[in-house]
Design a protein around this ligand. Structure first.
Ligand code: ADP
Length: 276
């Protein structure tokens, strides 16, 4: 190894030690994954984080979807700018219990990140863990981009001891075959699968309450059984989720009595995140 390589290796080890020390102050680190886009992964991540914060837990929500950060929009934080004290980056405080960090806060316009390649993305993810002032947290919920690419791989390696992944899918077969890849990916990396969540599973008529299975239903449950991972539940389609997302109101807080919000809370309960 030449001098340069040795220097770089030492630098990487030092950085990893800083990450390790910071992450020791966070009890649980949970990744939200999906095989493909548009299945509601960011919606699940945001609502899970808000729900845990409403339960009094200290929560961080980290959006590492570098090419399409949607967390700032879902939580109406689009105009927030990050502050730094010179050493650390201060995350956006959505409420007393909820700190949010997204690449969206760093971009002047949405197209800025499109040309980023592996090593640059890796650097940003490292900064999110190493330089952000997360403090003491009960949970860090991480919204990964769809698929099994560089970003989830990097963060799983940098975290070293993540608790596991929630894999979000929709009931259609295509989405389900993608999610199998997600589960295999977790297995290869020794990351426990906390469970599979079937989103957009059935539509509850707002007038009569009847459930219509628009995209079939139950595929996620069947697949979870076949792959021997826990099934967390089915979240019905509720047009108010789109409305809540568009207006930046956390759905689970503002529509807490709907069947869909209740299904969300039950799924979070089944994920057994409250054991300590
Ligand atoms: P992903 O992160 O997987 O790309 P999003 O969370 O951005 O997906 O969701 C995609 C779209 O679907 C958003 O407009 C969101 O509001 C909507 N959506 C997600 N889950 C539901 C649901 N259960 N009912 C109705 N709309 C939903």
């Amino acid at each position: 190894m030449n001098e340069m390589q040795e220097y770089l290796k030492k630098k990487r080890e030092e950085e990893q030690k800083i990450i390790r020390d910071k992450m020791k102050r966070i009890k649980h680190k949970i990744l939200i994954l999906s095989g493909k886009g548009g299945v509601g992964k960011s919606t699940v991540a945001a609502n899970m984080a808000v729900s845990l914060a409403l339960e009094g837990k200290k929560v961080g929500l980290l959006d590492i979807d570098i090419h399409g950060p949607s967390i700032p929009g879902i939580l109406n934080l689009e105009r927030q700018k990050l502050e730094s004290d010179g050493e650390t980056i201060i995350p956006v405080e959505m409420s007393e219990n909820l700190k949010v960090m997204s690449i969206g806060f760093m971009l002047n316009n949405e197209d800025d990140a499109l040309i980023w390649r592996g090593p640059m993305k890796n650097q940003v993810i490292k900064q999110f863990l190493k330089d952000v002032d997360w403090g003491e947290l009960d949970f860090l919920i991480i919204d990964s981009p769809p698929g099994t690419g560089d970003e989830p791989l990097s963060i799983i390696q940098m975290l070293e001891d993540a608790d596991g992944a929630v894999v979000v899918t929709t009931p259609q077969n295509v989405a389900i075959s993608d999610v199998r890849k997600g589960i295999s990916f977790c297995r290869k990396l020794n990351l426990p699968v906390i469970g599979v969540l079937e989103n957009m599973s059935g539509f509850i008529c707002p007038k009569c309450g009847e459930v219509t299975d628009i995209f079939k239903s139950g595929g996620g449950e069947k697949m979870a059984k076949e792959m021997d991972v826990p099934f967390l539940g089915k979240i019905p389609i509720d047009p108010q989720i789109v409305e809540a997302c568009d207006s930046g109101k956390p759905y689970i807080k503002h529509f807490s009595e709907t069947q869909t919000a209740i299904a969300f809370k039950q799924a979070i309960g089944r994920a057994k995140l409250f054991n300590d």
